[in-house]
Design a protein around this ligand. Sequence first.
Ligand code: OFO
Length: 176
Amino acid sequence: MITPTMAERLNNHMNLELFSANIYLSMSSCANEMGLKGAASWFLVQYQEEMIHFMKFYRYLVDQGKNVAFLASEAVPNRYQTLLELYEKTLAHEQMITGRLNDLIEQAVQDKDHASQIFLQWFITEQIEEENNDRDIIAKLRLVGDNGHGILMIDSELGQRLFTPPPGGTVPIQIM
Ligand code: OFO
């Protein structure tokens, strides 16, 4: 049992995770256009991870007996000048998500909603890793600056990232 306020806020966040997925899919195409295939692949993995996050919220709301609502969203940005800008915008976006998740946890504490607190813990921990990865990549990109060889080496490293489906399958979608 979750409060109507909590249900609405979780629903809003579910939409935000879907928006995040679309941002990273757009960034993947932008990196590809820049000729950076490794980064394009990295952002495609990030897109898949966000779809998992989106489905976790969807599943949680459905399991709480809620009918989810898909909300109108703003246009997804698709113009970036450099690889560094892509990752600076990624970090800024993830920091915004972390703030929203902290607000959600506070709502759950206020409601004495232990189930939602437990559900949100996974995301809070995940954000530490996401922000840390982005900071590492930004630090490397700042080190190499405009050096094309350095950027290509980082791009090749980014291409090593693989999508790891969550245990038990990609997305828990079956009802019965
Ligand atoms: Fe990038 O994070 Fe979702 O939650």
